[in-house]
Design a protein around this ligand. Structure first.
Ligand SMILES: [Fe+2]
Ligand SMILES: [Fe+2]
Length: 190
């Protein structure tokens, strides 16, 4: 059974610290603005934004169990745990919150890494996650400026900032993030 928007908000906000819920509200706001600007469905953008970090505060062992027990992308388990909540969130959006719309599920699933061939809704939610009003990491203003030009320019700036940070910290880069960025550049040149 699908939950109402109000029920979803209640269910999701009660599983996270107030700070993360405030971030989620910012993503909801930015996702709707981007959807309206770039022709995506603002209602779907709003629902995907509400749910995008639903699994962010799950214990690592529970995320791992959901991934293993349900045949989800187990390759993620050998990468940064920060990537797991997107996969788990997409799964529980459907199983526990009755979301059946595959565009919404995909936007949740790919909101951290992106993917090759991101949908319009994937782009909106992923970029909103970078630029929501509460974000204040170094370089966020540049991403916000690029987001005014196009979803692709905004996302390239976003992924560049993520990749640069990982390089500077000598951390592993999830290959799909690089492939997503390269694909967006190719899209701009087509
Ligand atoms: Fe997230
Ligand atoms: Fe987020």
């Amino acid at each position: 059974m699908a939950l109402s928007r109000e029920e979803l908000i209640q269910a999701v906000s009660s599983q996270m610290p107030a700070k993360r819920w405030k971030h989620t509200q910012g993503v909801m706001e930015s996702a709707v603005i981007l959807a309206e600007k770039y022709g995506a469905d603002p209602v779907k953008a709003d629902i995907a934004a509400i749910l995008h970090d639903v699994a962010k505060y799950w214990p690592v062992a529970e995320m791992e169990a959901v991934i293993r027990d349900n045949g989800l992308n187990a390759e993620l388990l050998s990468h940064d745990k920060q990537l797991w909540h997107s996969e788990v969130g997409a799964f529980v959006a459907e199983r526990d919150y009755g979301v059946s719309d595959s565009e919404i599920i995909n936007a949740i699933r790919w909101h951290t890494s992106g993917r090759v061939g991101m949908s319009l809704l994937d782009k909106v939610v992923c970029l909103a996650d970078y630029i929501e009003p509460g974000r204040d990491f170094p370089g966020v203003e540049h991403i916000r400026e690029q987001a005014q030009r196009s979803l692709e320019e905004g996302l390239i700036a976003g992924f560049d900032s993520t990749i640069s940070l990982l390089l500077s910290q000598r951390r592993v880069i999830y290959p799909l993030t690089v492939l997503s960025r390269n694909d967006l550049i190719a899209q701009l040149h087509n």
